[in-house]
Design a protein around this ligand. Structure first.
Ligand code: 26W
Length: 810
């Protein structure tokens, strides 16, 4: 149907009539989107079926990536790119008078994730399929994705994100593959043939129904699967007599409580909350996913699961799906009849775990009462894992109570999920070199001593197909014109443009593309916010979740300082700057929401002050999302990656910006360290404390924020403006920020790093005036960004952790 323009047009009009009962002139943009989406889905279905068949026949080892979050964004454009049908569609649409770009805008983002961890999972799926690897995602089909953010009067307001309002063209409901997940009840044991057998009784049964989403590889025939689970009552509605009122109401309550399991995504990615529903979600995902995988293995061959580690590997994306470890033990022992030792041997050879954060407040720990009540059999297994582990430790460290209780999986009436993950997995990895070193030598040092062989690093990556080819097609085209198209499949080949870093015509083209992208973004900003920005100003961008450690506050303080300078002297010599923010705060994260209010308050004053002659503009874009990132990042000049060193495990936005030619201003944190290593110190703006310095202050003290307040007049002015109503708000509005810094001694070293931050920004300003120099640095960044393609990351996972090989689909 995409063979040539005419065939496409014919099929398009037919499909439109078939599925929407409309002719072209009656069709809305949404009709057109749905029609095209359906066609693309139909087009890939042959390869989807054959991929599944061929994996099944070949008995290839496959990876299942278990994650509570998949932040997929939109799929139409990326699927079309991977299937190489974009040109035909574009030509066909031109003839029909349809603008393809506006049709892409009709797709609702699949926002089934919070931020870094969820987007990483989505990039990984793209790379797994593109590298022809047998691997699939396993997640939850939340009815509501991450909330929609509105900014009202400068404050964040959250609205539900009902992304399934229109039919989702990419999913296929597979009720024939439904499984049952059991909660609550109690466990009875009896001896059968000299062996203890456990039976789960009186449980609440939940039907888990899978919805499959295809994951298309780039220019190959691989179509892997993202399987998302939805919770439904296991009793059918028509089995209930509606005349029996009491019973019917009971059923409705039960139905509601079951459906709540897959109702919404928890919107917090920084503070762990011990909510029962969240634990329910976690077990629901793991149990449903695992049962369906085991069922399919059983369908394939009748023999036992003893060779499971040769057939599959389960990847645990942070601790959220860690219950896969006891769940697998349960299935192997209670259903397959294996012994503890056999089951443990298999489990610890099939599970691998990635840690994504060292923030203590994000570590998952479940109260044992809640855990035991909800998952009685699973709790028994975790208890046994813990006992055996502690016994082993006792042999190794006799008498060292403290050390053992530090390492234990269950302690102080809590189950520590990270401990369970490390003990039950054969691999534990961090997501950037620095992060892994911090895990090994600080946060998880005790475990590293026990299991040094398990620890390894896999620096994150991003798919260059979505983030360069799709988001910045003109830059991609320009690169291809210069070095050929091998880089599309071998992103490391981007290094080929290094030789053009000083080439005037290459620079000119890069500059032109950037300007076009900036004009585009400026128009978008004007349409969305009414704010007019100068496309020749420096676009200085910080887009990411709002969190104290990411230090949007440092950025705002810098803006306030610039504004104070401009008020004093509107003629100061500076390149005009536009600061652009996008950030969602967790709904219960009071401090983060205050910072959003501060950004908007400062923006309002600065943007409306005619005296500063448009030299400074501040834009807060509401509802930051994957599709918005695709518009912003290609237009950025400066990428703000300014977390307190040691706090950001990796960051992936940093990589997206670099790949699109923005220069980074950042701390030596997360993957910034590796970006710095790649591009060299002259092509990145590094400032602030190092992670060692930060960690030293945390352990030994010695930092007094108030001293800086007292000695630095710039900061004193800025901080005082928070309290004196300078920005036209009530005086109490920002007092919490003020006291967080001065009374709580500035936990994230905002004041400490301020001076060096400002100094680097001055260098940015100076360099930008010399466009040749700036473009050279920009090109050097793009040239080195190939390392940060998730294709590299995934090849490392495949060979060093998963032990899986590419399998070519014919
Ligand atoms: C319990 C609530 C909760 C939910 C999600 C706690 C923590 C999380 C995630 C682990 C937070 C997260 O997204 N971490 C980010 O992971 C990215 C991918 O590895 C990294 O690039 C970011 O640095 C890290 O903050």
């Amino acid at each position: 149907m995409f063979a040539d323009k005419q065939t496409f047009i014919k099929e398009f009009l037919e499909t439109l009539a078939n599925i929407r009962s409309k002719t072209l002139d009656e069709a809305s943009p949404l009709d057109l989107y749905n029609t095209l989406g359906t066609m693309v889905r139909n087009h890939l279905s042959k390869n989807w079926i054959s991929t599944n068949k061929q994996y099944q026949m070949s008995g290839q080892k496959q990876v299942y990536y278990f994650s509570m979050e998949f932040l997929m964004g939109r799929l139409l454009h990326s699927n079309m790119l991977n299937l190489t049908i974009e040109n035909v569609v574009k030509e066909g649409f031109e003839e029909l008078g349809i603008n393809l770009a506006t049709i892409f805008e009709e797709e609702h983002d699949a926002g089934l994730g919070n931020g870094g961890l969820g987007r990483l999972a989505a990039c990984f799926l793209d790379s797994i399929a593109s590298l022809q690897l047998p691997g699939h995602g396993c997640g939850i089909r939340y009815k509501y994705g991450l909330f929609e953010q509105k900014v009202i009067d400068g404050y964040q307001v959250e609205l539900p994100d009902y992304w399934l309002k229109e039919d989702y063209v990419w999913e296929v409901r597979r009720s024939d593959r439904s499984v049952t997940v059991c909660f609550g009840g109690h466990v009875e044991s009896e001896e059968i043939n000299g062996k203890l057998a456990f039976q789960h009784k009186n449980y609440e049964a939940v039907l888990a129904v899978p919805y499959d989403v295809p994951v298309v590889g780039f220019e190959n025939k691989t179509v892997n699967t993202l399987r998302l689970w939805s919770a439904e009552p296991s009793i059918n509605e028509h089995e209930i007599q509606t005349s029996d009122r009491e019973n019917y109401y009971k059923f409705l309550n039960y139905k509601r409580s079951i459906e709540s399991i897959s109702e919404f995504l928890y919107p917090d990615d920084s503070h762990y909350e011990g909510k029962k529903l969240r634990l329910k979600q976690q077990y629901f995902l793991v149990s449903a996913g695992l049962q369906s995988i085991i069922n399919s293995l059983r369908r394939k061959s009748k023999h036992s699961l003893l060779d499971l580690p040769d057939k599959v590997v389960f990847h645990i994306n942070d601790t959220h799906p860690v219950l896969i470890i006891p769940e697998l033990m349960r299935i192997l022992m209670d259903e397959e009849g294996l012994s503890w030792d056999e089951a443990w041997d298999i489990t610890t050879k099939t599970c691998a775990y990635t840690n994504h954060t060292t923030l203590v407040e994000a570590l998952e720990k479940w109260p044992i009462n809640l855990f035991r009540e909800l998952l009685p059999r699973i709790y028994m297994i975790v208890e046994e894992i813990n006992e055996r582990f502690c016994r082993q430790l006792w042999e190794r460290y006799p008498g060292e109570f403290d050390r053992i209780s530090n390492l234990a999986i269950i302690a102080h009436d809590q189950v520590r999920m990270a401990h369970l993950a490390i003990v039950g997995s054969f691999s534990v990895n961090g997501v950037a070199k620095l992060h892994t070193e911090i895990l090994k030598h600080r946060e998880m040092n005790n475990f590293f001593t026990v299991y040094p062989e398990k620890f390894n690093n896999k620096t994150n990556g991003i798919t260059h197909r979505r983030w360069l080819m799709n988001a910045n097609p003109k830059l991609a085209e320009h690169i291809t014109e210069s070095i050929g198209q091998r880089w599309l499949k071998q992103p490391r080949d981007l290094i080929g443009i290094l030789k053009y870093a000083n080439d005037a015509s290459f620079q000119e083209k890069v500059s032109q593309v950037k300007l076009e992208n900036k004009i585009h973004l400026a128009k978008y900003i004007k349409d969305k916010t009414g704010i007019v920005i100068d496309e020749h100003s420096i676009f200085d961008v910080q887009v990411k979740r709002l969190h104290a450690y990411k230090r949007q506050l440092l950025n705002v303080f810098h803006i306030m300082e610039l504004y104070n300078l401009l008020r004093e002297n509107p003629n100061i010599d500076m390149v005009p700057r536009t600061f652009i923010f996008g950030a969602k705060a967790a709904p219960s994260y009071f401090f983060a929401k205050k910072i959003i209010k501060l950004i908007n308050t400062v923006a309002n004053v600065v943007n409306n002050d005619p005296n500063i002659k448009g030299k400074l503009k501040v834009v807060f874009l509401e509802n930051y999302s994957v599709s918005m990132a695709e518009k912003i990042i290609p237009a950025a000049d400066v990428s703000e990656q300014i977390s307190t060193a040691s706090k950001e495990a990796s960051g992936t936005g940093n990589m997206k910006f670099m790949m699109n030619g923005a220069l980074t201003i950042g701390t030596l944190d997360g993957a910034n360290v590796e970006i710095h290593d790649m591009v060299g110190k002259d092509n990145i703006y590094i400032f602030g404390l190092t992670s060692d310095q930060v960690l030293n202050y945390y352990s030994h003290g010695g930092y007094v924020a108030r001293d800086i307040y007292n000695s630095d007049i710039r900061l004193r002015t800025v901080l005082d403006q928070l309290l004196d109503g300078f920005f036209g708000e009530e005086k109490v509005e920002f007092k919490d920020i003020y006291y967080q810094i001065l009374s709580n001694n500035d936990e994230y070293f905002v004041l400490k790093d301020f001076d060096s931050y400002v100094e680097e920004h001055q260098k940015v300003d100076l360099t930008y005036r010399d466009q040749k120099e700036w473009l050279k640095k920009s090109i050097i960044n793009i040239a080195h960004s190939g390392k940060f393609s998730s294709d590299r990351t995934i090849s490392e996972y495949a060979t060093e952790i998963w032990g899986i090989r590419p399998y070519k689909i014919e």
